[in-house]
Design a protein around this ligand. Structure first.
Ligand SMILES: Cc1cc2nc3c(=O)[nH]c(=O)nc-3n(C[C@H](O)[C@H](O)[C@H](O)COP(=O)(O)O)c2cc1C
Length: 210
């Protein structure tokens, strides 16, 4: 059975455009993969803790020497890693906040990037991702337009996300942009319409190719 992990990250609740478009994409993927199991991780409404000394320390202490706090912090990280590893398809709805991903999405990545679990270094120091064979869709919502000049030069969202996913082995990443919503309500509706059409087409094309 196909497993879909759906990660939502917007702090804007019901107003989120990335969640709106990504929800349609997940519906489309479910239609293309009947019986698919969907696991939703809503880190926008339920933000993840940031990496602090407890989590980081816990990563480097053998399990039988971890404090109760370290055990709990590492257990959450283990759960997030397991969710990603067991998914066939991952859909990330990413809101742009202050020119980049939300801090809760950064925290998700910090919980996932674990040496020996999701990446490792070769003897000559090259990183190798260990989370392979996934299809990832990233739905990015931005107020302005970062897919073209001049703002493409300061797009710290898509390149960073793609880099981190690739670092862990997830290299098949399709980016759908909901952009330019800041200009007017009409522009926002058009951005959602265009992105939804693009998301539907991507899901359909992938289903045909499978
Ligand atoms: C606190 C805050 C900061 C934002 N910063 C930016 C920004 O730096 N650049 C931009 O283009 N849009 C920015 N926006 C607009 C959001 O990217 C836009 O509303 C987008 O749709 C958010 O994703 P969402 O709809 O999934 O919540 C910001 C919005 C908020 C609330």
């Amino acid at each position: 059975m196909t497993k879909i992990l759906f990660v939502t990250t917007s702090p804007r609740g019901e107003s989120s455009l990335s969640t709106r478009v990504a929800t349609t994409l997940v519906e489309e993927l479910t239609t293309a993969n009947p019986g698919a199991e969907i696991v939703t991780r809503d880190i926008g409404n339920d933000p993840l803790p940031h990496m602090g000394p407890t989590l980081l320390g816990g990563f480097f202490v053998p399990e039988d020497q971890q404090s109760a706090e370290q055990k709990a912090a590492v257990a959450l990280s283990d759960e997030l890693v397991a969710e990603v590893k067991s998914a066939d398809i991952i859909v990330i709805a990413s809101a742009m906040i202050n020119f980049s991903i939300t801090s809760t999405l950064k925290s998700w990545l910090d919980h996932l990037a674990r040496a020996g679990l999701t990446f490792q270094y070769t003897e000559d120091g090259h990183p190798v991702g260990l989370v392979t064979g996934k299809k990832v869709y990233v739905v990015l919502a931005t107020g302005a337009v970062y897919s073209a000049a001049p703002l493409d030069a300061i797009d710290f969202q898509a390149p960073y996300l793609k880099h981190m996913l690739g670092f862990m082995g997830m290299t098949d990443v399709d980016v759908v942009r909901v952009e330019g919503s800041i200009f007017s309500p009409e522009a926002a509706e058009k951005a959602v319409r265009d992105a939804t059409a693009r998301a539907r087409a991507a899901a359909h094309a992938d289903a045909l190719a499978a």
